[in-house]
Ligand binder design. Structure first.
Ligand code: AMP
Ligand code: TRP
Length: 328
């Protein structure tokens, strides 16, 4: 039997090359090696206010992107978290075994809470729901970008605590990080992770950006005061652009070194932009094809939900039984 994999992405804004290189590209690579379930985690998205009509649209668009990058819905399940009530149900049961201090220690919580005047309690609970997503399917492996490592550790702690309080119920999930692209930085602020919520016009490259826009954003990316690529002294901006190039082209370190050493920044950026455009053009073409038939996406989401609900319901039943709750 193949080991089970779960990972999730929020349907907030357009997915960017950080999501792609840190997570999604890897999802495509491993989809045939494991039994995979990919979550469009809309219940996580509502921890911040989302305009309802936009959220509904973005869920379907994200499903289209996931298929356009190469996930095959016949072999892997692409599920909208809100279609499967067991996520929220298990989330509550796990909340009750999670000490508050564990959640207050999460660095993402701390930075999100700092940035907001009124902190919604969903922001604090966020990693418990994430643990529920994973444990619900008894996933053995969770491929994520490096910003999610701490949440994964917490998911293991919650599983362990539950298992020791109520008896073996959950599989211990392992974190799987990509070897390159685990942390793509903002093009305008190379000291900050590329993020959907940043507002700078040249911060992130969306997977659906027009080739001209991609090129413009890369040409304007922040570099440093060197005139040309010097591997000994280059700053974070140049490092980030070369890491993006390497992750898209899958070149070795030596190949990157040979191709870029001494190249003036203008030429370096052109080369990086060409590689990004070449990688994204076929994805964009497939996206246009897929979105031409919205009925297809609805069918994919419904069929996936029906398939995985069997596993989810089984785990909820087991969990309730372990806790002494009423089961049907
Ligand atoms: P999110 O957009 O927060 O739902 O993230 C979806 C996936 O993309 C997660 O596995 C993240 O770890 C990954 N990810 C998000 N931003 C980046 C980034 N800048 N670099 C690498 N991976 C990222
Ligand atoms: N919190 C993750 C992120 O923002 C998304 C996510 C939700 C997730 N549930 C998950 C990732 C379960 C892996 C497994 O990137």
């Amino acid at each position: 039997m193949k080991a089970r994999v779960f990972s999730g992405i929020q349907p907030t804004g357009s997915p960017h090359i950080g999501n792609y290189l840190g997570a999604l590209k890897n999802w495509v690579k491993i989809q045939h090696d494991y039994e995979c379930i990919w979550g469009i985690v809309d219940l996580h998205a509502i921890t911040n206010y989302q305009k309802p009509e936009e959220l509904r649209q973005q869920i379907v668009e994200l499903a289209a992107v996931l298929i356009a990058i190469g996930l095959d819905p016949k072999h892997t399940s692409i599920v909208a978290q809100s279609m499967i009530p067991a996520h929220a149900e298990l989330g509550w049961m796990l909340t009750c075994v999670t000490p508050l201090g564990w959640l207050e220690r999460m660095t993402q919580y701390k930075s999100k809470a700092q940035a907001q005047e009124a902190v919604g309690s969903g922001i604090l609970q966020y990693p418990v729901l994430m643990a529920a997503d994973i444990l619900l399917y008894q996933a053995a492996i969770v491929p994520v970008g490096d910003d999610q490592s701490q949440h994964l550790e917490l998911a293991r702690d919650i599983a362990q605590r539950f298992n020791s309080l109520y008896g073996e119920t959950f599989t211990m999930p392992a974190t799987k990080l990509p070897s390159v692209g685990a942390r793509v930085m903002g093009l305008d602020e190379p000291d900050k992770k590329m993020s959907k919520s940043a507002t700078g016009p040249n911060h992130a490259i969306s997977l659906l950006d027009d080739p001209k826009v991609i090129t413009r954003k890369i040409m304007r990316a922040t570099t440093d005061s060197n005139p040309a690529v010097d591997f000994e002294t280059m700053g974070a901006g140049v490092q980030n652009l070369l890491a993006i190039y390497q992750a898209f082209t899958e070149c070795s370190d030596d190949e990157v070194r040979n191709q870029f050493i001494g190249l003036r920044y203008g030429d370096m950026k052109k080369k990086v932009a060409e590689a990004v455009v070449a990688a994204l053009e076929p994805i964009q073409a497939r996206y246009r094809e897929i979105t031409a038939d919205p009925g297809y996406l609805d069918t994919v989401l419904r069929e996936s939900a029906a398939r995985v609900s069997v596993i989810a319901d089984d785990t909820v039943r087991k969990t309730k039984k372990a806790m002494g709750l009423y089961t049907k």
